[in-house]
Ligand binder design. Structure first.
Ligand code: NI
Length: 175
């Protein structure tokens, strides 16, 4: 296990389209996930995508802490994920990102989605997600298409350094 270096906004690996993983059960995929879990725990976020640790593969990990939503979501490993909105309804919410340390913004996301993909055991995963859970999944999967959350911000008056924004509003966890 190792703590990996996290790429920051501006690094080309964060702008590329990540490649599908041919075999989710491959030992090197498992090792990568172990390192990403350790890196996420060290950095203190709620999610991490493989391109953020300089690996351009379609793999994300995330969890929803109990204090964040009515339903806690345990650490989820999602390989080759696909997101499908369940309706056109959007909602705004605060986001941060480990690739933009210290910054937070208010980002519109689909309120309700279905996500699917594969776990490390190669078995399919399919879940419906709402609210914050849906937000985290959308944020992480965006990383696989080279999209960082500022690209989705509509109101830049609510984008800035968490230490400054905290003066007037709640801030968010980093993904
Ligand atoms: Ni992020």
């Amino acid at each position: 296990m190792a703590i990996l270096k996290i790429a920051r906004m501006g690094h080309p690996v964060l702008r590329g389209i990540a490649q599908p993983i041919a075999d989710p059960t491959a030992p090197d995929v498992r090792r990568l996930v172990q390192d990403m879990v350790e890196t996420l725990a060290d950095a203190g976020g709620v999610g991490l995508a493989a391109p953020q640790v300089h690996v351009p593969l379609r793999l994300v990990i995330f969890f929803v802490p109990a204090q964040r939503a009515a339903e806690e979501v345990p650490l989820t490993v999602l390989i080759n994920p696909v997101i499908e909105p369940l309706s056109d309804q959007m909602e705004e919410g605060g986001e941060g990102c480990l690739s933009l340390p210290g910054l937070v913004g208010v980002v519109p996301r689909f309120s309700a989605i279905r996500y699917s993909g594969f776990g490390l055991d190669g078995k399919p995963i399919e879940r419906e997600a709402y609210g914050y859970h849906a937000r985290v999944a959308q944020h992480e999967c965006d990383h696989l298409d080279g999209i960082l959350y500022p690209a989705r911000i509509q109101d830049f008056s609510r984008f800035g350094y968490a230490e400054e924004m905290r003066r007037e509003s709640a801030t968010e966890d980093a993904g």
